[in-house]
Design a protein. Structure first.
Length: 276
């Protein structure tokens, strides 16, 4: 069965109550897991980048905005307990080694490599050392860069799944390039999923599953008009419900590939063919 992850990311806007509502939404829609993002702000961004003037609900600088969006131990303790209560899995993409080490406190089932981290060799080795099933996003990367990452995980006997994706928010439909799912399958002989950043249509995710995607990761939001750079590339509840429903239906529709006469066809066959 296709694993469906509702990517909350930073769409909680630094509010644990919004995070809970998004977890509820994912559970109600039938998702298998929710995902967040963890950063050590002072390590991920330079001082110059953080000092840039940027108006936001949290202040006047980029630092104020980044810090306002970041959850820490208090919030992740709540998320961990709440997901257990709601019986939905959660995991997180770390953007630096300290954040990855922090996430070890929760004994999560999965790890996630963001596209931005695909070429950080030291970081990849730290994650692969855990030998947890790891989803590896491949946006803004060459096949050679993906190959280097795959080698690290293979050498350390860490199970992984590559995610085809485009790293723009929102993604242009003509840049989806879903045939890369087959390219990655042929090249690396592993499970290939799809991480979607398109603005609204879930057709791309459905097409990805039909092309063999074994997992789908899709950003979600309570309201696409909310503050935040990822909100416009996210699904609201109605869209998420349809996405999950139709992916689950595909498991039935696609079948097993064995050509047969169905019991339901026999009366029709007797009526329309000359059968002794």
């Amino acid at each position: 069965m296709v694993l469906i992850t509702a990517e909350i990311g930073i769409n909680h806007n630094g509010d644990i109550e919004i995070a809970k509502k998004l977890i509820d939404m994912a559970k109600q829609c039938g998702c298998d897991a929710v995902k967040f993002q963890k950063r050590t702000i002072e390590k991920v961004y330079s001082k110059e980048a953080l000092d840039v003037i940027r108006d936001s609900p949290w202040g006047k600088t980029n630092r104020d905005q980044k810090m306002g969006l970041e959850f820490n131990k208090k919030e992740y303790d709540i998320i961990n307990s709440y997901c257990k209560e709601k019986e939905i899995k959660w995991y997180c993409s770390a953007w630096d080694i300290d954040s990855q080490l922090f996430l070890r406190n929760y004994n999560l089932e999965y790890n996630k490599i963001a596209s931005a981290m695909l070429t950080d060799i030291e970081f990849l080795k730290v994650v692969a050392d855990e030998r947890k099933y790891t989803f590896i996003s491949t946006g803004m990367s060459t096949i050679e860069q993906v190959e280097d990452a795959v080698k690290i995980f293979s050498d350390k006997n860490c199970p992984f799944e590559l995610l085809h994706t485009n790293s723009t928010y929102p993604m242009k439909l003509e840049e989806a390039n879903l045939k890369c799912i087959e390219t990655l399958q042929t090249k690396f002989h592993c499970n290939i999923g799809y991480s979607g950043h398109e603005s609204s249509s879930y057709l791309i995710c459905i097409a990805a599953v039909m092309l063999g995607a074994t997992s789908i990761e899709r950003h979600i939001t309570l309201d696409r008009s909310m503050y935040g750079s990822d909100q416009s590339a996210s699904l609201e509840k109605a869209g998420l419900e349809r996405l999950v429903r139709d992916i689950r239906r595909l498991n039935i529709i696609l079948g097993d590939g064995v050509k047969r006469i169905w019991d339901s066809e026999i009366p029709v066959m007797k009526k329309l063919r000359n059968i002794d």
